[in-house]
Design a binder for this molecule. Structure first.
Ligand SMILES: *Cc1c(COP(=O)(O)O)cnc(C)c1O
Length: 458
């Protein structure tokens, strides 16, 4: 008999979670205006809202908190992190920031101007927000295969070289400040980008002399997929793969709340000194002095170790196996999910799950609320609410795909928790034909509305 797979860690500290009743959840979600972001965490049994900042640090990381150096200038924790950024990604210029969107804000303050276009692969919502905030436009050049949830393309995060070339061909160089490659591609399902694609993007970028920036929140998970799915990389280590990936980039933004395995923090790093000089001014105004940016010394110290741990093959094997443990259960139950399974989350295809709910009534949000009511599990809508309105016409943008995203925090839940999620979804799937109506918006913000939107049942 093959030995079953088991976590390669044991638990040293526990945090109790409350298993509520359906009646309690009915009341709470109503009070929260049917917006899962408005729930209190103790109203949630299993929280799969996000894998951002929700992971469990290792004992080494907790130890590193104690040896953090809180000096205002020249902190040893800064140099510890700077060395790791150099050795893992190869960038000489580095600024610590308080989280990923801060890295975007600081970098875009240097690079993005009104009226410009930023091509990429399904830009993350804060990335798009920061681009649109500067009156520029994000252009999605993801390959078409990404939008067929059943197709088995191994790298659905890839950028279509044809689409990218068209954008670069049709506009003057001054109008395109950069190409952004998101690793892995969150919005299209935690899907990876292949090394071949990164290489081709670099070639096109060189031809048109456009910089390439990697949005690096899940860079290590992306490297794991390259190792496991791309010919020629099976015998390379994760670190070797990451080194090659970043040869193709001019800079990076990173939310360390994901593959940094810490609860807060971010990285902005680059090859070019002139960008760094300009970014430094803005960073000092909005984040903090160069050697701490938006971070405490102890947090920089823990992040340096998190970057080491996340690039360990055994860690990644465990991490991604747990995501796939949940995903494969759903597939066996006949529940439609984005395939192949991605790195940090399982994306349930809400349009195929709830076929009767009209798109004007927020299909994926309807499924997210059903799952909360059924099992106390909080997922998140990646659909029309997130896609927001067109900045010019103000009309709802209906994306091709409506997902319920179940993001798995790193090293936080056990596979028993995954079983509860699967059972909850199965119960809803069995009665899916009775779910015919969704929600309408009663209040929304002008930008990034999904965080604060208020809804009513239709
Ligand atoms: C989370 C994330 C961001 C933003 O990072 P924050 O730390 O949440 O500000 C940007 N891009 C991607 C791909 C992300 O997943």
């Amino acid at each position: 008999m093959d030995l079953p797979f088991a976590e390669n860690y044991k638990i040293k500290m526990v945090e109790p979670i409350y298993r509520s009743t359906r009646e309690e959840r009915e009341k709470w979600i109503h009070q929260a205006h049917y917006n899962l972001f408005n729930l209190k965490s103790n109203q949630v049994f299993i929280d799969l809202l996000t894998d951002s900042g929700t992971g469990a640090m290792s004992d080494r990381q907790w130890g590193a908190l104690m040896t953090g150096d809180e000096s205002y200038a020249g902190s040893s924790s800064y140099f510890h992190l700077k060395e790791k950024v150099k050795s893992i990604f190869g960038f000489d210029y580095f600024l610590p920031v308080h989280q990923g969107r801060a890295a975007e804000n600081v970098l875009f303050s240097v690079l993005v101007k009104e009226g410009q276009l930023v091509p990429g692969n399904s830009h993350f919502d804060t990335t798009k927000g920061h681009i649109e905030f500067r009156k520029a436009k994000a252009i999605d050049c993801t390959i078409d295969e990404a939008f067929d949830t059943n197709g088995m393309h191994p790298f659905k995060g890839n950028i279509s070289i044809d689409k990218l070339t068209q954008v670069l061909e049709q506009h003057p160089r001054e109008q395109i400040p950069m190409i952004i490659v998101t690793l892995t591609c969150n919005s299209s399902g935690g899907q990876p980008v292949s090394m071949k694609n990164l290489r081709e993007i670099r070639e096109v970028a060189d031809h048109y002399q456009i910089p390439v920036i990697f949005d690096s929140a899940r860079f290590a998970e992306n490297a794991w997929f390259i190792q496991n799915r791309e010919a020629g990389y099976q015998n390379k280590s994760i670190c070797e793969i990451v080194t090659e990936m970043y040869q193709y980039a001019d800079g990076m933004t990173m939310s360390s709340k994901k593959d940094g395995i810490v609860n807060i923090g971010g990285i902005l790093a680059m090859r070019r000194e002139d960008w760094y000089q300009q970014a430094t001014v803005y960073n000092i105004m909005f984040e903090g002095f160069i050697t701490y940016g938006g971070m405490a010394g102890r947090d920089m110290n823990a992040l340096a170790i998190g970057l080491e741990e996340v690039t360990d093959g055994a860690y990644l094997e465990n991490r991604i196996r747990q995501v796939h443990y949940l995903g494969n259960q759903l597939i066996e139950l006949g529940i439609p999910v984005q395939k192949p399974l991605g790195g940090h989350a399982v994306f349930v295809d809400a349009k195929r799950f709830l076929q009767q709910v009209p798109k004007e009534e927020y299909i994926a949000q309807t499924l997210a609320i059903e799952l909360y009511l059924e099992a106390g599990v909080r997922g998140v809508e990646v659909g029309t609410l997130l896609a927001d309105r067109d900045p010019l016409t103000k009309a709802n943008r209906y994306p091709q795909l409506e997902f319920l995203r179940l993001a798995i925090p790193r090293r936080t839940y056990t596979n028993n928790h995954m079983d509860v999620v699967a059972a909850g979804l199965k119960n809803i799937f069995d009665r899916r034909d009775q779910i015919t109506r969704g929600f309408r918006i009663v209040e929304e913000a002008p930008i990034m509305r999904h965080f604060t939107v208020k809804l009513k049942r239709k």
